[in-house]
Design a protein around this ligand. Sequence first.
Ligand code: NAD
Length: 285
Amino acid sequence: MARVIDGKVGAAQVRGQVRLGAEAFHSQFGRAPGLDVILVGDDAASAVYVRNKEKAAEEVGFRGKVHRLPANTSESEVLSLVAQLNETDEVDGILVQFPVPSHIRQDAVIAAISPAKDVDGLHPINMGRLWSGLDGLVSCTPAGCIWLLEQLGVKLAGMRAVVLGRSQLVGKPIAALLLQKDCTVTVAHSKTQDLEAVCREADILIAAVGRPELVRGSWIKPGAIVIDVGINRTPSGKLVGDVAYAEAFELASAITPVPGGVGPMTIAMLLNNTLIAAKRRKAAG
Ligand code: NAD
């Protein structure tokens, strides 16, 4: 039976470290690290995510501000707010909550954010730095997955890792991070043939697909570590991951639950990224 990887405990640990880092930053520079979030429109789920980020930032002692803009805000208005925040010294991190309304190009918004303040790690410069093995800002959910893996205390080098999903937000950055840890990485996706056989080779299986319980217990190599990024709501309203948890639990050596696994790590890593950005900006003068 698997060890359960508790993301709530991990997130509390990261937040505690960030809180101490924020205090030290404040006493050294006379101000708190600052995180500005832009929310366009009135998507209910996005509003909840943003409120959670705002609360989390307050709790670690950051200066936080949410810019709530109406759904009919033009792309150029969003871009000029981003430009203004890029120039504001007390803003260390800028996050635009996606999705934005369809008349606003997500790529244009991402490209407008200063890479030094891109705490979501989505700017092509940060993506490129990640794949080049250079310091940058790494997107939060992938950073959280790797943090959880490292906490297990197993030697990752040489392990076969399979990443299900190749999105810019999750799959690709996770693959880059696992390569940095010297894993042998396979990235599988919607066109992969015989997904089950590919998964069965994995010592580390990361599922980031968005299909409820796609990965069955029979797909899990005995002893594998399973990190389930998926968050899916079933017709009955239950939250489930991309992995059939009860089945995988019988075979895996360690597994993240949904909810309570990767999810809580995402906001914790956002806070961590903001502190990193604040310190780097000060170090760069
Ligand atoms: P996405 O839709 O952008 O990408 C999904 C990926 O899965 C694609 O690369 C696609 O090729 C692949 N895919 C789709 N169907 C497949 C199939 N049947 N077999 C194999 N591969 C398939 O999604 P995303 O943004 O990467 O998110 C993935 C999941 O992770 C979603 O459930 C999302 O809600 C969740 N998520 C969780 C967090 C968190 O904080 N825990 C953060 C981001 C995303």
